[in-house]
Design a protein. Structure first.
Length: 362
């Protein structure tokens, strides 16, 4: 079977083939087909934006150039790929098949180049990293500065855990630093970075001296919570059940800053983590920060990577993150409350593949 071509002569290679396995019509299509990664990129952007005009804007080319590329792909594949008259533009059945293959091929191409560069001990051309908000606000700037020798371009994205996890699993992010270890994803490698304790924050002067703070607050003060759609919100619910308290929720947000502002304004109390406080220390004036069960309720922040990708880079990044956290977080937490700096612990260097072992922490 012919599987290659002679680029200099333009002739097919002389590798013996079995004609009975390759019908003439199929062989003619193989000879005509020369689908390039560039063309697949254009098609993928059209499929994802559902618009030729938007795709042209994203790619920085004219709409005519996008249309010509799609037409060329349709000529090569012998199939209609788009329903152009629909608004938004939709994929045909053949177009969906091509999009699925193109997504995998483009992702494989990016990984191939990354591994080749790592093998040649060169800097990566680009590295995309996702970091949950509560940590990103503290380490983003020093992290970018320290990894500049490792990559020519850093793409950094911060946000809540769930959208970042989706982006990571869809290969839109190379590395993810998160509170969600994604235990069900056995193909991931995990590098624990730190243990982040849950704490109580309440308006100053509200809690009687002889009261059990969480139980008294739950009975007497409105609760300001993270949205149930967020991982930290669901984990706070677990903490409350451990403490055997019932939360009287009056306000629900998916933003740490808004929650702290409501507490600072005297509207209620909240369960947050040390990282949340370190991200917004200016919002702690007029509040009291109190421990929960002597630091027994924690979450683990972990760096995730896909197994056997980027060589030893994920481990190096994890160690950089540990160093930054030790240097940047400890002084901030010491100023907030000395006991808080002791409860947040930097974890020793460790690399695990497959599902992580169950942890006592949350």
């Amino acid at each position: 079977m012919r599987i290659g071509s002679n680029a200099s002569s333009g002739r097919l290679s002389d590798t013996p083939r079995c004609r009975t396995l390759v019908p003439a019509t199929t062989e003619m299509r193989f000879r005509k087909s020369n689908i390039e990664f560039r063309m697949l990129t254009v098609f993928s952007v059209v499929a994802e934006s559902q618009s030729l005009t938007k795709a042209a804007e994203v790619l920085g080319v004219t709409q005519s150039a996008v249309s010509q590329t799609i037409k060329h792909l349709e000529d090569q594949t012998g199939a209609t790929l788009l329903l152009r008259r629909s608004r938004p533009v939709r994929l045909t059945a053949a177009g969906q098949i091509l999009y699925d293959y193109a997504s995998r091929l483009l992702a494989d191409g990016q990984r191939m180049m990354a591994e080749l560069q790592m093998a040649a001990d060169q800097r990566l051309s680009e590295l995309s990293i996702g970091i949950i908000d509560s940590l990103g606000g503290v380490i983003s700037q020093p992290l970018v500065k320290r990894i500049k020798p490792l990559t020519a371009k850093v793409m950094l994205r911060t946000g809540v855990a769930a959208p970042l996890s989706d982006a990571f699993l869809h290969r839109d992010l190379d590395i993810l630093i998160t509170s969600d270890p994604m235990r069900e994803q056995t193909e991931l490698e995990r590098f624990p970075i730190l243990r982040d304790p849950f704490v109580v924050i309440a308006p100053a002067g509200r809690i009687p001296a002889d009261a059990d703070p969480p139980k008294w607050l739950a009975q007497n003060v409105p609760f300001v919570r993270f949205s149930r759609e967020t991982l930290i919100g669901r984990t706070a619910d677990l903490v409350a059940r451990r403490l055997e308290i019932r939360l009287a929720t009056h306000y629900e947000f998916d933003n740490t800053e808004t929650i702290l502002r409501f507490v600072q304004g005297g509207h209620g109390w909240a369960i947050v983590t040390a990282l949340c406080l370190a991200h917004h220390p200016h919002l702690l004036r007029g509040t009291s920060v109190l421990p929960l069960a002597a630091g027994g309720n924690t979450r683990v922040i972990t760096l995730l990577s896909h197994r056997n990708e980027f060589g030893d880079l994920p481990g190096r990044l994890a160690q950089i993150c540990r160093s930054i956290c030790e240097e940047e977080l400890s002084p901030v937490l010491q100023d907030i409350a000395p006991w808080l700096a002791k409860q947040l612990s930097i974890l020793p260097e460790q690399r695990t593949g497959g599902p992580p072992a169950p942890q006592a922490s949350l």
